[in-house]
Design a protein around this ligand. Structure first.
Ligand SMILES: C[S@@+](CC[C@H](N)C(=O)[O-])C[C@H]1O[C@@H](n2cnc3c(N)ncnc32)[C@H](O)[C@@H]1O
Length: 288
């Protein structure tokens, strides 16, 4: 049971990430970390992390990037990972204990709910943890407050769905079989809510950031980090927008969907696994 009440503007996100969403992320943690690593590595590279720095990892989830950042800042620096998800933070604590790092800490907090640790961080970082705010300007204003003067912001977020075949390929396979998803506004919280780079610039600028840069990072990912086709199909049936569409589908429709998803993925199977295109933005900005 989460200590963070599912209340306020992010109530549905708090519920999701403390329930089904968080549990699935924990279950598939190794696979997801493998798949998302190139994006985190690129954002860390562009953040220019230095030894001794204090870093805030926003929406740190199961802590993979918090641990990478803690290694990058060394024993004279420290990393605080914040997230709304209790199950994911429990996993992060476990991973940090395994790594025997003493400079990484985790807190359960809604970044949108209030300023955290004013003037405390040199860098605010995130790997795909910033697209779920109901009021992103409020959330980024809180991040801005948490940074010291001259502090930097660096995060990875997804480009539009058509640039992310690792999600769209299953959607195309499943959509003919299920009722259409509820209409979603381009600014509604969700994985693709920062697809429009002008929107991202507007949010950061309104939150007080300057020197805003939004640069594409396009690569191929191993779907779900899985080498075996059927494992990648299982992953697709469990996580992501196509899995959501199938949530309440009867078993015969799920069986049919599984077959169409498998057929769609098969031609992308390589020795490394199912390789699909993925496009992110790497966003950087400064607090003057
Ligand atoms: C797609 S996951 C990314 C997790 C992690 N950064 C990674 O790369 O594996 C998004 C994360 O954002 C967190 N999150 C969503 N809304 C949040 C909020 N308002 N405040 C803090 N964390 C939030 C979720 O709980 C989840 O862990």
């Amino acid at each position: 049971m989460s200590k963070l009440a599912a209340a306020g503007p992010n109530a549905d996100q708090i519920e999701f990430w403390n329930g089904e969403g968080g549990e699935k992320f924990v279950r598939y943690q190794n696979a997801l970390d493998l798949m998302l690593k190139p994006f985190g590595d690129e954002a860390i590279r562009r953040a220019g992390v230095k030894s001794g720095e204090a870093v805030l990892d926003i929406g740190c989830g199961c802590g993979d990037t918090s641990i990478d950042l803690a290694m990058a800042v060394g024993v004279t620096g420290e990393v605080v990972g914040v997230d709304i998800s209790e199950p994911m933070l429990a996993r992060a604590e476990y991973m940090a204990a395994q790594s025997e790092l003493t400079n990484v800490f985790f807190e359960q907090a809604d970044v949108e709910a209030g300023p955290m640790h004013a003037d405390s961080f040199d860098l605010a970082f995130s790997r795909f943890g910033v697209m779920f705010f109901r009021h992103p300007v409020t959330a980024f204003s809180n991040v801005h407050t948490a940074l010291r003067k001259g502090g930097r912001l660096a995060f990875a977020c997804w480009q539009a769905l058509p640039r992310n075949q690792w999600v769209s390929i299953q959607m195309q396979a499943v959509l003919p079989l299920v009722p259409p998803p509820p209409p979603m506004g381009p600014e509604d919280p969700g994985p693709f809510s920062f697809a429009d780079q002008e929107r991202v610039r507007g949010i950061l600028s309104a939150a007080g950031f300057t020197d805003i840069a939004v640069e594409p990072f396009d690569t191929e990912v191993v779907l779900g980090g899985m080498q075996v086709l059927d494992d990648a199909v299982d992953f697709s049936m469990e996580l992501g927008p196509a899995a959501s569409l199938l949530k309440d589908a009867p078993s015969d429709v799920r069986d049919q969907a599984r077959a169409t998803v498998r057929a769609a993925l098969e031609s992308h199977q390589t020795k490394r696994g199912v390789m699909l295109a993925a496009g992110a933005w790497i966003v950087t900005a400064t607090k003057k």
